[in-house]
Every structure is written in structure tokens, then in C-alpha cells.
Design a protein around this ligand. Structure first.
Ligand code: ATP
Ligand code: MG
Length: 445
């Protein structure tokens, strides 16, 4: 993408309404525009990151054996009357009437609808296990929408629902979600700690929230800091292997990590003082096992191997896709701007032309741009007629992990400069070497 032809409305001034750094940088980098309280347009740069995050979520769900579908944003109230939640949900639910005076709502979540799909089409244990998920916009009329996309009213969520014949199988589905979530967040460059949580309006007893540590997080968290060193890395996981998946969950949930809702000071105090930490965290996901709560209320049953009919065992599992942009920025930035992890960056690399209009410099930039494209990498090429300082400031603000700088002086010696956004370290090398280095960094992503 050539910046001269792109739509990147960066702001020079700090927007007054933004209280936290991620909100500030998302506005300044031209990623989002507020349209009403807690409702945003996704401008091109923000939209690219949102799509990238969605893609990682899809890949990891599919790897775990979960099946994508798409349910609507609008739902009939009658489904929610069956579960009893139409009255229970309260003011967070946006209620709408259609022209025939029928009660509708903008879905805050989809347990009822997925249970309705299940009961219409599945009848036998032979069709289980089954996990269906979608990535769809939700609406919750939050009392205090704030912090930009972190607490929106309209927000994008991945929500998945497992259907299993018995409790053991459902607990395996729960564990499978935990592991797939750990892998998802790691690919985004995040450390998200599973913490035992208290169940909310969705109900159920087995539930963990995933928290990214950040000063600006809305939840108070208590943890043994050795938990932040746990990584899945490249290990091979067979998602059908119950024992292996359970062992990974145990590894990641044995050290103490709780939100204020489940915090137990007596247990916490036994952690060696050097490792005992109190901090704040951003909830980027939650998994629930709730058994037959919805299937009993809505008549979703299956015939078992011995011929009896039982309500299906269920759980639901959510990832805050749009909130993740804020969480990633909170966890990865400096005073100049965002520092995107390579896994989610809107463009893998930026090219800065220090002397636009100079024949040799323009030609070198073009050739780097094309060589990157030939390797499947779409660079953001700053080909504007601007001062070098302004170009660097834009690149630093929007946070691309790598930058190739091309100027007449370097070119005379056959060199360009490759700069790492995170460390600020620069290295001079030939244009070909810079292209190869960037390609090697992104190989396999
Ligand atoms: P919270 O406690 O932050 O209000 P929740 O527990 O009500 O969230 P869930 O029902 O667990 O939310 O939804 C799954 C995920 O969706 C959450 O973990 C969070 O990342 C995201 N999410 C929830 N509410 C919002 C919101 N208002 N704006 C953006 N993301 C949200
Ligand atoms: Mg939650």
C-alpha cells in the first residue's frame, strides 16, 4: 500500500476524550472513529488489525476441531423467553420492535440461538462431540462505555458453544477451549493468564477468565508471578487427547491466579513473598462449563448409546475480538506510539523514502516494495512528499514492527537501513538483504 493513496487520518494532537493509552493511540493512528457512545467505525488501519485478529482466532478454533458458522445479530425475544433470560438480562439488552410489533433484541450473546439450532438438527450421541462458533457483533448497552474499543456497546466477539453427551466429554471441551485460547493469545504476542472466575448471568460452575496484565485493566488480580513465565510455544498438541489437553490446563492453572471475585487471601498468603503480586488485568476471554442449564430449559436432548434420552451437556466460550486491539496496545507501546507484535501488525514492514522525487531513491523504494510483494508481504510505503521527521513520527505512531529507510546517502554506498520498532536498533545492509531479513522474520506466519 502506498501511503499517498491510502486513507490514514492521523491526528497530531492527543484527543481529550481518551483516558488510556490504547484509546489515545487508536484515535491518533486513524484506526477508529467514534459514531456514538461505545460505537465505532473501523477505519482502514484499524480494520486491518481487526481482520488479522479474527484470522488468528479462526485458525486456532479450526485447529481445535471447532466449526465456524454465522448467526444473525438480531434475535427474536421468544427464544430468550424460553430460557428465562429475556426478563433476567436487564438494561444491558437492547430491545427492539419490528413493524409487526414483534419483540426483537440485538444479541448480547447466543446461547439460546445456538441451542435452538442444535435441537432442530441433532438428535443422537453419534453426532457428538460438536462445537460450533462464530465471530459476530454483539450489543450490550453498558452503563459506562469507555476506554474506546475496550468497553464498547457494539463489539466483536468470538463465541463458541460445545455440545457433549456427558460431563466428562464436556469438561474435555472446556479444557480444549482453554488450550486453544492460550495458543490464540500467544500468537498475538500476549500473555493472557487463565484465572478462576465467578460465573455471571450465563450461569455454571466451572469458569476461567483470561487476563492480560495492564495498569489500566478494569479487574483487580492476585497472582503468583511465576505464572507469567508459562508458555505453550511450539509444542504439538493433539486436541483429541483428553489426558494431554488436561495436563496442559493443569500446568497453566495450578499456580495461584485469581480475580477479586474469587480471591482467597488465606491461600494467597502462602505464596513466597517474592512471587506474590497484586495488579490489574484486562479480560480478553472467558470459558464456561454450565451443563444442562439451556438444554433442559429449551428441550435440547440426545439419545445415548443405551437408548435413553438426556439433555445435552453444554458450555460457552468467548473471546473479545475488538477489545483485543486495546489490550494488545496497552501491553505493547512506548511514548512514540504503538508497537505491534508481528502476529497482528496491519502491515509487516514500512518503507520510508527520505527523498521523494529523487530518481534513484524512488526507484530503490519501488524495487524493495515489489520484492517484498513477490514474497507475499504487503509493505506500507511512505511515498508522500513530507519531511523525514514527519514520516518517522507516523511510522512510530502506527507501530509497524520493522521499517526500511531509503535515502540518497545510504544508496550511494549501496545500503538501506532496517530498523526494529521495539528495540529501536538499526542496521545498514543492502536492499536485497533487508528484504530477505524481513521475509525470514515473517516466514510461516
Ligand atoms: P466484562 O466483565 O468485561 O463486562 P463479560 O464477562 O460480561 O465482560 P463475556 O460475556 O465473558 O463478557 O464476553 C466474552 C468476552 O467479550 C469478554 O471476555 C471480553 O473480552 C469481551 N467483552 C465483553 N463485554 C465487552 C464490551 N462491552 N466491549 C468489548 N468487549 C467486551
Ligand atoms: Mg466474562
Amino acid at each position: 500500500m502506498r501511503l499517498s493513496r491510502y486513507f490514514l487520518p492521523v491526528l497530531k494532537e492527543n484527543p481529550a476524550e481518551a483516558q488510556i493509552v490504547s484509546h489515545r493511540y487508536m484515535l491518533r493512528a486513524g484506526m477508529i472513529k467514534q459514531q456514538a457512545a461505545g460505537i465505532y467505525s473501523w477505519l482502514p488501519l484499524g480494520f486491518r488489525v481487526l481482520r488479522r485478529i479474527e484470522e488468528i482466532v479462526h485458525q486456532e478454533q479450526i485447529r481445535a476441531g471447532h466449526i465456524p458458522l454465522l448467526m444473525p445479530t438480531l434475535q427474536p425475544a421468544d427464544l430468550w423467553r424460553e430460557s428465562g433470560r429475556y426478563d433476567d438480562y436487564g438494561q444491558e439488552m437492547l430491545r427492539i420492535k419490528d413493524r409487526h410489533d414483534r419483540d426483537m433484541l440485538y444479541g448480547p450473546t447466543n446461547e439460546e440461538m445456538i441451542t435452538d439450532i442444535f435441537r432442530a438438527h441433532v438428535n443422537s450421541y453419534k453426532d457428538l462431540p460438536l462445537t460450533l462458533y462464530h465471530i459476530q457483533w454483539k450489543f450490550r448497552d453498558e452503563v459506562r462505555p469507555r476506554f474506546g474499543v475496550m468497553r464498547g456497546r457494539e463489539f466483536l466477539m468470538k463465541d463458541g458453544y460445545n455440545f457433549d453427551v456427558d460431563r466428562d466429554a464436556a469438561l474435555h471441551a472446556y479444557n480444549r477451549h482453554m488450550v486453544s485460547y492460550l495458543r490464540t493469545y500467544e500468537r498475538m504476542g500476549l500473555t493472557a493468564i487463565p484465572m478462576r472466575a465467578a460465573s455471571g448471568p450465563i450461569g455454571g460452575d466451572n469458569t476461567h477468565e483470561f487476563l492480560v496484565l495492564a495498569q489500566t485493566g478494569e479487574s483487580e488480580v492476585f497472582y503468583d508471578d511465576r505464572v507469567t513465565g508459562l508458555k505453550l510455544g511450539q509444542r504439538d498438541i493433539d486436541y483429541d487427547d483428553r489426558a494431554q489437553v488436561a495436563a496442559v490446563c493443569e500446568e497453566f492453572t495450578t499456580l495461584y491466579a485469581r480475580t477479586d471475585e474469587t480471591h482467597d487471601p488465606a491461600v494467597f498468603d502462602q505464596i513466597p513473598e517474592a512471587h506474590r503480586k497484586v495488579g490489574r488485568g484486562i479480560e480478553v476471554g472467558q470459558i464456561f462449563y454450565f451443563g444442562t442449564k439451556y438444554s433442559e430449559a429449551m428441550g435440547a436432548t440426545v439419545v445415548t448409546a443405551d437408548g435413553s434420552r438426556v439433555p445435552v451437556e453444554m458450555g460457552s466460550h468467548g473471546i473479545g475480538v475488538s477489545r483485543l486491539l486495546g489490550a494488545i496496545i496497552e501491553a505493547s507501546h512506548d511514548d512514540k506510539g504503538i508497537i505491534w507484535p508481528e502476529g497482528v501488525t496491519p502491515f509487516p514492514v514500512g518503507i520510508v523514502n527520505l527523498k521523494q522525487g529523487d530518481g534513484a531513491t524512488d526507484a530503490a523504494c519501488e524495487s524493495i516494495y515489489k520484492a517484498l510483494a513477490a514474497k507475499g508481504l504487503e509493505a506500507l510505503y511512505d511515498d508522500r512528499d513530507e519531511r523525514a521527521g514527519a514520516k518517522f513520527a507516523t511510522m512510530d505512531l502506527i507501530g509497524l514492527p520493522w521499517r526500511i529507510t531509503v535515502g540518497p546517502r545510504g544508496l550511494a554506498a549501496g545500503k538501506v537501513e532496517l530498523t526494529c520498532r521495539r528495540t529501536g536498533a538499526s542496521e545498514e545492509m543492502s536492499a536485497e538483504a533487508a528484504v530477505d531479513r524481513v521475509a525470514a522474520i515473517y516466514a510461516g506466519r
